[in-house]
Design a protein around this ligand. Sequence first.
Ligand code: CA2
Length: 140
Amino acid sequence: MKRILILNGPNLNLVGKREPEIYGSVSILDYIKSIESQFSDVQFHYFQSNHEGELIDKIHELGYTIDGIVINAGAYTHTSVALADALSAVKAPAVEVHISNIHARESFRHHSYLTPKCRGIVAGLGLMGYELAVRYLLSL
Ligand code: CA2
């Protein structure tokens, strides 16, 4: 059975509850449940944290044994060399996801420290980006 880690960073627990015009109105936990039911032959590990070190610890914990990582690091995307280093260190291929189109927003969101460490990036396609990233990782 393939195992995929879905990792969400700061404030992503608020998706579906605040700023629906940017992030939609579906709760992130409901969406993750729908992914789990669509891919019943995949074991998902879902982890969200508002703390950078906890995200890094989770990459270290699972990144050597898992088949793929879907990562939306939230605002840490634009600031965290440490998360980029953690992705570099582990074996699992990663895909970067953003719910919003970061290139259509403020310029500080245009740069990602994680993109060079990921196989690819999906941005601006709403929550569907997570599903597309999972499909890609399962195709490897
Ligand atoms: O578009 C994305 O998925 C982001 O990773 C979301 C981050 C943002 O900092 C990135 O630039 C792009 C923000 C996380 C969600 O924050 C919320 C804040 C209020 C209400 C709902 C979500």
